[in-house]
Write a protein that binds this ligand. Structure first.
Ligand code: PMP
Length: 364
């Protein structure tokens, strides 16, 4: 069966999330037979010629789109973003050392909990006092003098908040960029390490992209499991064992798509435009409200509520029936969330705003 644009609906999933349709078409073709090899991408040896090319091209495209220098290693690691919560301190936090962490809830709390198993954690700033509806103001950040690194969750997928300026730490910045990586231009040289679960802006779940400054690698704890060591991953070209070959392949297709579309500058403009369509509408409405404070709002996950929260189940049910899927907020916060990653087209956001207007006029 040939897939047509009409058999797909608007997908606002927080992750795994919408992928570019052009990429899905390429994947369909390559699942069957990649590069005329007579073998599909899932069936090739991770040490064969075809996959050598796939992984090399994925890395090269990643370097090109984000202008990543050779001072940084690019690693494809199994296990998603949560596993990095342990892998980061195991590799970067020396015995008895201190790491700085920002607490913007959920994902950063999980990162903090895990890091505490490895050493001292100093919380630089928290937005807990206002239920995490903003990113703590830069003037309130208290960094420790001797931190091995400073961790922050660049975009809080659940509360819909996003750092729009980088923390001014003197220690290397470590970013969990799972939900906003490559959504806008990035200066990688400002970071010590960036990690991201692939399932939002990059590809399928279960694989993390790690971009790490090479001089930070090789200082792991003595008992760090071999497959958790960045030096091993670096030396073995992300292939100390069988990697997630499909995720690496698909990331490569996504990076190519980003390049074809005009690169991260174009992604950034589009994403800002899509987010503004929603936030402007929400700010002008008495029926709905955005939950994140201006200045901290995410361009990836737009969280909102109905003023009359009793209407929210109907909103979600009617939206789903209208072909607007996955708008339910995370179970820990309720309300609604529209995740509008790179691959979500402007038309999907326009369709959502139009539905929201109709729903408000029927129920207002
Ligand atoms: N960090 C952030 C910011 C996330 O949004 C998520 C997933 N939603 C995670 C970490 C966890 O990712 P994974 O499920 O790949 O471990």
């Amino acid at each position: 069966m040939t897939t047509t644009a009409t058999d797909r609906i608007h997908n606002f999933s927080a992750g795994p999330a919408a992928l570019p349709e052009a990429v899905l078409e390429e994947a369909k073709r390559d699942l069957w037979n990649i590069d005329g090899s007579g073998i599909g991408v899932l069936e090739h040896s991770h040490r064969g010629e075809v996959f050598d090319r796939v992984i090399d091209e994925t890395e090269a495209a990643c370097r090109r789109i984000a202008n990543i220098s050779d001072d940084y290693a690019i690693l494809f690691m199994q296990g998603g973003a949560t596993r990095q919560n342990a892998i980061v301190p195991a590799n970067l936090l020396p015995e008895g050392g201190t790491a700085d962490y920002h607490n913007t809830r959920e994902w950063s709390k999980k990162s903090i909990k895990e890091a505490k198993m490895y050493g001292n954690v100093h919380v630089v700033a928290s937005s807990e006092d206002e239920n995490f509806n903003h990113i703590p103001d830069a003037t309130t950040h208290t960094f420790s003098n001797d931190a091995a690194y400073c961790h922050f969750t660049e975009n809080n997928t659940i509360f819909g908040t996003e750092f729009h300026t980088l923390p001014q730490a003197t220690s290397p910045l470590v970013s969990d960029a799972s939900s906003d990586i490559f959504s806008r231009p990035i200066d990688v040289s400002e970071y010590g390490l960036i990690y991201a679960g692939a399932q939002k802006n990059l590809g399928p779940a279960g694989c993390a992209l790690v971009i790490v400054r090479k001089d930070l690698v090789g200082k792991h704890r003595a008992n760090t499991p071999t497959l958790f060591r960045y030096d091993v991953m670096m030396e073995k070209g992300s292939r100390p064992n069988t990697p997630n070959t499909f995720a690496i392949y698909l990331m490569g297709r996504v990076f190519d798509w980003i390049e074809r579309e005009g690169g991260l500058a174009v992604m950034g403009e589009r994403n800002a435009h899509k987010a503004a369509l929603l936030y402007d509408f929400l700010d002008g409405s008495d029926f709905y409200s955005a939950t994140a404070k201006p200045g901290s709002r995410s361009n990836m996950n737009v969280c909102f509520r109905c003023t009359n929260e009793d209407l929210e189940p109907a909103f979600i049910a009617e939206a789903t029936a209208a072909g607007l899927a996955n708008l339910k907020g995370h179970r820990s916060v309720g309300g609604m969330r529209a995740s509008i990653y790179n691959a979500v087209p402007t038309e999907s956001v326009e369709a959502l705003v139009s539905f929201m207007k109709d729903f408000a006029s029927k129920n207002g």
